[in-house]
Design a protein around this ligand. Structure first.
Ligand code: DAH
Length: 345
């Protein structure tokens, strides 16, 4: 019996040491130490032993059990450790691998130009004003000194909804609306970006929907020189300190006198190239001193108050600033075009 127990111990420990995983180890535990295992089986024969031998054999059996248990426990620790190591090895992160690029969106190029212009004017004390895109004929034309039948209405071919309601053709109606709200009291100092609509056929330089930015300043003693100084700051900030401006006489019904502003060409610095059509100058915007009729219609005393206004196309500014050659790029949403204006580049 003693030998049999020793044999079982040796046999069990050998199997334990050869076990390759925890499942196998557990099977060995059940096989050798379980109630139906060989040790229990051997011990059943204890009854046949003498009273002297019995405790010895009992002690030996316990000893064998302990040895096998210890063997199993030690192997278990070893296998568990190996399992953790294997897992760690499998999950090792190679921190030197380049990361996957995260695709981020970016502001539309037009939005960026509009925000840049807004910031510039906010810095000069202007506030941002807004008005409806579906506008009354009154604000779009009449209040701007363009009564019904005025020939200058033809300059802005319009989308009419009813006889008196249309899609605004410019942002100038916001001038009239803002002045009306001020109830004849200055100062007024606003910048107004927004969508405008015209019955134009789309091509490289025309779009039936585009964006304008309007400016309006009204106070006592506002002069043409204030307009010129403001536009000069704008031109230099947007297109570079070395830019020069020139004002050419023009006509708008809502301003008198009216001007168009050109800036010296930033491509050829005035020498003449195809962007400035060899003139050295690029037309940027329309402006002028607010017409007394416009002031009076909106409730301002034109003897006390004077003002200037200007209006520009945002796409034109963006096209010149970023060298875009077709206005349709802003609206066809080709992501290859749009991505070029990412600030994350
Ligand atoms: N509203 C004009 C246009 O769409 C642009 C403009 C010209 C606006 C002169 C003004 C201005 O405020 O004073 O062509």
């Amino acid at each position: 019996m003693q030998e049999r127990l020793k044999e079982l111990q040796a046999e069990a420990l050998e199997k334990v040491s050869a076990a390759i995983d925890l499942k196998e180890l557990n099977d060995i535990r059940v096989a050798y130490l379980g109630k139906k295992g060989p040790i229990t089986e051997v011990l059943k024969g204890m009854g046949k032993l003498s009273a002297e031998e019995r405790p010895k054999m009992g002690a030996l059996a316990n000893e064998v059990r302990d040895q096998i248990t210890q063997g199993i426990t030690a192997k278990q620790v070893q296998l568990e450790e190996a399992q953790i190591q294997a897992k760690l090895a499998a999950e090792t992160i190679d921190v030197t691998l380049p990361g996957r690029p995260v695709h981020t969106g970016n502001h539309h190029s037009l939005t960026r130009v509009v925000e840049e212009i807004e910031d510039l004017f906010i810095g000069m004390g202007y506030t941002v004003a807004e008005g409806p895109e579906v506008e009354k004929d009154y604000y779009n034309f009449e209040a701007l000194n363009l009564p019904k039948g005025h020939p200058a209405r033809d300059m802005q071919d319009s989308f009419y909804i009813t006889e008196d309601i249309l899609l605004r053709t410019h942002t100038s109606p916001v001038q009239a609306r803002t002045m009306e709200k001020h109830e004849g009291k200055g100062p007024v100092k606003i910048i107004c970006p927004g969508k405008v609509f015209r019955r134009d056929n789309d091509d490289a330089t025309h779009s039936h929907q585009f964006m304008q930015i309007e400016g309006l300043v009204i106070d006592e003693n506002i002069r043409m020189t204030d307009l010129k100084g403001t536009l000069e700051v704008f031109a230099k900030k947007m297109f570079g300190e070395e830019r020069e401006i020139r004002l050419r006489p023009s006509f708008f019904p809502f301003t008198e006198p009216s001007v168009e502003m050109d800036i010296s060409c930033m491509i050829c610095s005035g020498k003449g190239c195809n962007v400035c059509k060899t003139t050295g100058w690029i037309e940027i915007l329309g402006a002028g001193m607010v017409h007394p009729n416009v002031l009076e219609m909106a409730g301002f005393d034109s003897k006390k108050y004077t003002g200037f206004a200007f209006g520009m196309g945002a796409e034109r500014i963006a096209m010149l600033k970023y060298g875009v050659d077709d206005i349709r790029h802003f609206y066809t949403n080709d992501s290859r075009f749009l991505k070029q204006f990412s600030i994350h580049e």
